[in-house]
Design a protein around this ligand. Structure first.
Ligand code: CP3
Length: 351
């Protein structure tokens, strides 16, 4: 392992170096809880504009960086952003999330999908990531992200978010052959996209398999895990030194399966106690998390106690401090500021 004194804090921790305090960032740290974001949203009401016009996406990505100085700056984008490049038209609706105009339900539709060519269909990603690296230098780590095959397939097949996942589960349990074809195509496209993000400047990549927690462990092993592996394996072939993070929402029942994906870092949500997560995963697996985003509605003292508790339970190696999922839109901005200030003042002596 090469040890670089100039590499930013989060990247060093993600590579397994011992650092003086856990690096900290927040999922969804750019977004609606920030007034600066809401103001910009009035000028650019379309999510696709906010995430695909480079100057706007750069500005949004940097809003939390300027306000709180997190150790990680994540690209402002969405997991469905690459889908039009495969021939899947989509939009992101206010308050609802992704909408796929013609949900994928047939063999013909899956046969028609194109391989992803990021230079052609996602050129704005390069402009954004290069600008973020330029702006934060070695003061912070630039994170890229992708959606995992199962979660993207859930959107593509359902056509929108779902509570029950009935359509994709119908396909999974009655016509698995076409779903496996779709998952394989998505895995290859996502690997290409993750490699592209790294080539453009992303120093760490997080894969969101948000809806894989909807699967029983047995079905996770069939429909989620093999395709997570397929993505991570392809990325590691060309970019072995880029740390890869995996998130599954509601992962308590599949936690031990997550490192089998090939991820370097496993995101833990607040349904699992961090000390128990450490015990279940073993001491060689790095973790990220895991405060309940709702903690940020509490008093400053309460927020501080929960940070300390999490950091103590995680121990002083291989931990990226984060919420267990995205920050909630109603969160007071000053509490987010307090979270970051407190986290950045931690020293290993305290933990
Ligand atoms: C499932 C998923 C999606 N998108 C994403 C996931 C995986 C993360 C997770 O598990 O939550 C990933 C995502 N989407 C967005 C980011 C931004 C980067 C960050 O700051 O973390 C990230 C990492 C921006 C966004 N993507 C979206 C918003 C909200 C719309 C807005 O702010 O205008 C943001 C900030 C839209 C979106 N897009 C999606 C949803 C569920 C929504 C929210 C719908 C809503 O509540 O309005 C799909």
């Amino acid at each position: 392992m090469s040890v670089s004194l100039t590499a930013p804090h989060l990247l060093r921790a993600a590579r397994g170096e011992v650092v003086d305090r856990p690096p900290v960032w927040m999922m969804r740290q750019a977004g609606r809880y920030m007034k600066a974001y809401r103001d910009l949203r009035e000028k650019y009401p379309s999510f696709r504009d906010r995430s695909e016009i480079p100057e706007v996406a750069i500005e949004v990505s940097l809003q939390p960086w300027r306000a709180f100085g997190p150790d990680g700056v994540i690209l402002f984008s969405d997991i469905v952003t690459p889908l039009p490049g495969l021939g899947i038209e989509m939009d992101i609706a206010e308050g609802k999330g992704p909408i796929i105009h013609s949900p994928l339900r047939t063999q013909e539709q899956i046969d028609r999908l194109r391989p992803l060519e990021p230079e052609a269909s996602l050129p704005f990603i390069k402009t954004i990531l290069q600008a973020l690296r330029q702006e934060v230098g070695n003061q912070s780590t630039v994170l890229g992200f992708v959606g995992a095959p199962w979660t993207l397939a859930a959107y593509a097949v359902e056509g929108k978010g779902s509570k029950t996942y009935s359509v994709i589960k119908n396909m999974a349990f009655s016509d698995p052959t076409i779903l496996h074809q779709l998952l394989a195509k998505f895995a290859d496209a996502i690997a290409v996209y993750a490699r592209y993000q790294i080539d453009c400047g992303a120093q760490v990549v997080q894969m969101f398999d948000s809806w894989a927690g909807q699967l029983s462990p047995q079905d996770y092993d069939t429909f989620a895990l093999p395709y997570q592996q397929r993505v991570f394996q392809q990325v590691k072939e060309t970019h072995p030194d880029t740390p890869l993070i995996l998130l599954v929402s509601g992962s308590a029942g599949v936690l031990e399966r997550m490192p089998k994906s090939g991820a370097d870092i496993v995101t833990v949500d607040w349904a699992v106690d961090m000390a128990e997560a450490r015990a279940r995963l073993g001491k060689h697996v790095k973790v990220q998390g895991n405060l309940d985003p709702g903690v940020l509605f509490g008093s400053k003292e309460f927020i501080r106690d929960r940070i300390l508790d999490t950091v103590r339970k995680a121990g002083n190696w291989g931990h990226i401090l984060n919420l267990g999922h995205g920050v909630l839109p109603e969160t007071p901005e000053e509490n987010v500021a307090f979270f970051f200030e407190t986290a950045k003042q931690l020293k290993s002596v305290e933990v």
